[in-house]
Design a protein around this ligand. Structure first.
Ligand SMILES: Cc1ncc(COP(=O)(O)O)c(C=O)c1O
Length: 405
């Protein structure tokens, strides 16, 4: 149901959903958690491990950059560092930093802007395919680009995967852009090479562009099963020009710098040329100081390994504890449990907040009703972002809460 908005603005703004954290605030209206229990927030996907000292230092050492306007394309040094990182991480023989990489101010703005660049709303029935549950930006970007979202439910019975073959040919003809999220937020699910292959075949047949959101790609637990990137999959399948695919990657989770706003897009050079043109007018450019700090962050893996170790350790300690009361499993990647609740998800979250001062996010807030169901209903998202001590404390409270239900 569209909200009433001021008549002087784009009416599509009325179609934007209330953001999940606002819904959560409304859910907690009138709730007074026990004052003696320190609040623990496991609801928001904000990394809380410390920012590495060398990144902070490089940022501080480069404050001189504030006195000049940066270019939209970013520095050669940054695009070069990103291209080399892509080559190392995904075994790509060569990524051209001049045409196949653009720095962005975090993936959120880029995921939004990309739809504005790609969608042709003058074509009747313009549609965008989104996973469901999903990162909320995909839907807002779609609506403001004048297109309609189509949701593909990620359900436990299909291993939380996206069954692309469930979309009929007529719908595919209208779909101009497909968002995929691997590792998935909130499910942690990774796209397999076979799924990438199927998506590429469909893209060849129907002509849509793929936006591959990979901002959790470095938070994995099994070194022998690293998330396959979209460009890696394309290369392995012989699509050496990365046609129709653009990946989105970020330092926020990898390097614990969510406030630095630094990421990149990489892939199809024809699309990126137009995206760069779009961004020149949009005015999204990265500060030279942030660019300098980003170069050292992309060039270093030791801090990323340590970051993974911290998440791995937390999941290893907390999963067996929670598993006594909830059907939790270590995700394939990312830092969330996506767990079925013994009560309706909103009631679970509200009572956990009210009785134990632990905040988790109801799954139904991260999904939309599609095919008669909300695939997030009956799940909550629990982010293991706090330090180990706090996560253990939260786990103890969640266990007590479930025992007393
Ligand atoms: C799936 C997903 N994509 C993108 C982002 C945006 O991250 P950033 O803008 O910090 O790169 C987030 C942030 O939580 C996310 O969960």
């Amino acid at each position: 149901m569209p909200r009433a908005i001021c008549a002087k603005v784009n009416p599509n703004l009325a179609r934007l959903q209330t953001y999940p954290f606002e819904k959560l605030r409304a859910l907690f209206t009138g709730v007074t958690p026990p004052a003696e229990l320190k609040p623990i927030r496991l609801s928001i996907g904000e990394p809380q491990h410390p920012t590495p000292g060398f990144i902070r230092q490089t940022l501080a050492d480069n404050l001189g950059g504030l006195s000049s306007y940066p270019t939209t394309a970013g520095s050669d040094a940054l695009r070069g560092a990103i291209a080399h990182w892509l080559e190392r991480r995904y075994g790509l023989p060569q990524v051209d930093p001049a045409t196949q990489v653009i720095p962005v101010n975090g993936t959120r703005e880029a995921l939004f802007a990309f739809a504005q660049c790609v969608i042709d709303a003058s074509r009747p029935g313009a549609k965008v395919l989104c996973p469901n549950p999903f990162y909320q930006i995909y839907e807002g970007a779609t609506l403001l680009a004048g297109a309609e979202p189509v949701f593909l439910n990620n359900l436990p019975e299909n291993g939380f995967g996206s069954d692309f073959d469930a979309i009929d040919a007529a719908t595919w003809r209208d779909i101009q852009l497909v968002y995929v999220c691997s590792p998935g937020n909130p499910t942690g699910r990774l796209l397999t090479l076979a799924e990438w292959k199927r998506l590429f075949e469909l893209s060849d047949r129907h002509g849509f562009v793929i936006a591959a959101d990979e901002c959790y790609s470095e938070i994995y637990f099994d070194d022998t099963a690293k998330p396959i990137g979209a460009l890696e999959a394309a290369w392995r399948l012989g699509r050496t020009d990365f046609r129709n695919v653009v990946m989105f990657s970020s330092l926020s989770k990898r390097s614990n710098v969510p406030g630095m706003r630094s990421g990149f897009v990489a892939g199809d050079a024809d699309i990126l040329r137009e995206f760069l043109r779009y961004r020149t007018y949009h005015g999204c450019v990265m500060s030279p100081s942030v660019q300098a700090a980003s170069v050292v962050a992309w060039n270093d893996e030791a801090h990323v390994e340590e970051n993974r170790r911290l998440y791995r350790d937390k999941f290893a300690r907390i999963t067996p504890l929670l598993a006594a009361q909830l059907p939790v499993e270590v995700p394939e990647a990312g830092f969330y449990y996506w767990v079925r609740t013994p009560l309706p998800d909103t009631e679970f979250a509200r009572r956990l907040q009210a009785e134990y001062n632990v905040t988790v996010l109801p799954g139904s807030y991260l999904a939309r009703e599609s095919g008669g169901i909300n695939p997030g209903a009956g799940f909550v998202r629990i982010a293991l972002v706090a330090d180990t001590h706090e996560c253990l404390e939260a786990a103890g409270r969640i266990i007590d809460f479930c025992k007393n239900l």
